[in-house]
Write a protein that binds this ligand. Structure first.
Ligand code: TYD
Ligand code: MG
Length: 411
């Protein structure tokens, strides 16, 4: 093992190298700044999420559920890169890769494919070929000998990533590590690597809808609030410069239960549709089912509507859905959820030119949210004329009255 030769080295000699390289603490002004140019991938949405392109020697963890489109995007990004790219696949054979490349109509002159799973062999190839970028698809299929545990186990994933990382840093070659996550986020993989890598990007979306989102959760070389939007087509992933249009594409107008809200994804405003369906329940405890928003948020909104507008929601099942597979975390969606529920319950459609946003307080008050101007601008740009926001309404009762969604009693 490695330990034996090291024992022959006397402690003093072993530390001599370290003593030479690590000197005294230095002032920032004494450190030479090395301005390295970033490599553009040519995919604007991805470059933006990365903070302006790929930083030399950086290690990016690119995680997502199986089948979401990770390999597809990785292959597509190689297209815009000048210089050779090493694509290591531990999941697909060369023949399968060829089919994929042809399907994507990709040129492959600068692409070098390798099917390998042994991390040391991969490292050797990276050193030898010295590519401008190396992609490892996926980290869960790589392993090192001498370690117990199968490929994909915590120990293996951590060790293989560590070795790849060292080679990348040493040679200044950026590396993308593709990692699978499951819905529960359990399985060994991306989570345990997050602290080791420079950048963590999640690729998200509902498998059966076309929208895909790139979200960066850690970035040593850029902001973490950027989001990239793509659409999966039969020719691969296409960038979506206008996310609102994508999310509102299939909207039915003048149907009760449909509300458009202005939400913020990263730094960009996006308009999406919230749908609610309120039906008499057959159960002792009525159902509350949400897709795309936090279930607890839905319960809170339903409770506020029961108390403040006097809606007898206790006897009704409520289903709420964000169309297009988007997930909204921010409370600014509350008002939209509330109005969609009221609209479905009353069976009264909202004016299709209406957009809303705002957080709902427990007292039925509409609370201010951030980036108001951006949301309003996006709504107007897409031709919406009525904006219901904390700026012009202070309570849910006021809104219900204005939209002639009759209230039972005043809270
Ligand atoms: P893939 O990139 O293999 O996913 P991952 O690497 O994240 O597991 O993409 C898988 C899905 O994408 C597959 O179900 C088919 C679909 N797809 C398209 O719709 N269009 C395409 O051009 C390609 C290549 C894949
Ligand atoms: Mg794949």
């Amino acid at each position: 093992m490695v330990e034996a030769p090291r024992a022959l080295v006397t402690p003093a000699a072993g530390r001599a190298g370290e003593a030479r390289s690590v000197t005294r603490p230095q002032k920032l002004s004494q450190i030479k700044s090395v301005k390295k140019a970033r490599t553009k991938t040519g995919i604007t949405e991805l470059d933006r999420v990365l903070g302006g392109g790929i930083v030399p020697g950086s290690v990016v963890l690119f995680a997502g559920e199986p089948g979401i489109g990770k390999s597809t995007l990785m292959l597509q990004l190689t297209q815009g890169i000048k210089g050779s790219v090493l694509y290591v696949s531990g999941e697909e054979s060369l023949a399968q890769l060829k089919i994929r490349v042809e399907r994507l109509d990709a040129k492959s002159d600068n692409l070098l494919f390798l099917t390998a799973t042994n991390a040391d062999k991969i490292c050797t190839q990276i050193k030898e070929l010295n590519p401008v970028l190396a992609i490892i698809d996926s980290i869960q299929t790589t392993w090192v000998s001498g370690l117990t545990g199968t490929a994909g186990s915590v120990g293996q994933v951590r060790e293989t990533a560590g070795r790849l990382l060292r080679v990348g840093k040493e040679k200044g070659i950026p590396i993308f590590l593709v990692g699978h996550v499951t819905k529960a986020g359990a399985i060994a993989g991306p989570k345990i690597l997050e602290h080791m890598v420079d950048t963590v990007i999640y690729f998200e979306g509902e498998r059966f809808s076309a929208a895909r989102l790139l979200r960066v959760t850690k970035n040593r070389f850029g902001a973490t609030d950027e989001v990239g939007v793509f659409e999966m087509t039969d020719r691969g992933l296409e960038e979506v410069a206008n996310p609102s249009r994508l999310f509102l594409k299939d909207r039915l107008k003048k149907v009760p239960g449909s509300v458009v809200i202005a939400t913020i994804e990263g730094t960009r405003p996006v308009l999406v549709e919230i749908q609610a369906l309120v039906v008499p329940t057959q159960l002792a405890i009525p159902r509350r089912v949400s897709q795309g928003i936090d279930y607890r948020r839905l319960q809170l909104v339903a409770a506020v509507l029961t108390k403040r507008l006097g809606l007898p929601l206790g006897g009704f099942d409520i289903f709420v859905n964000i169309t297009g597979g988007l997930r909204i975390e921010e409370p600014a969606a509350d008002l939209g959820v509330a109005l969609a529920i009221v609209s479905s319950f009353k069976n009264i459609p909202l004016d299709p030119q209406t957009v809303c946003f705002g957080e709902l307080g427990l007292l039925g008050e509409i609370r201010a949210v951030n980036k108001t101007a951006k949301r309003q601008k996006e709504a107007r740009r897409l031709g919406f004329t009525t904006i219901i926001s904390p700026e012009n309404y202070s309570s849910i009762n006021q809104v219900a009255k204005k939209l002639s969604l009759p209230v039972f009693h005043k809270g």
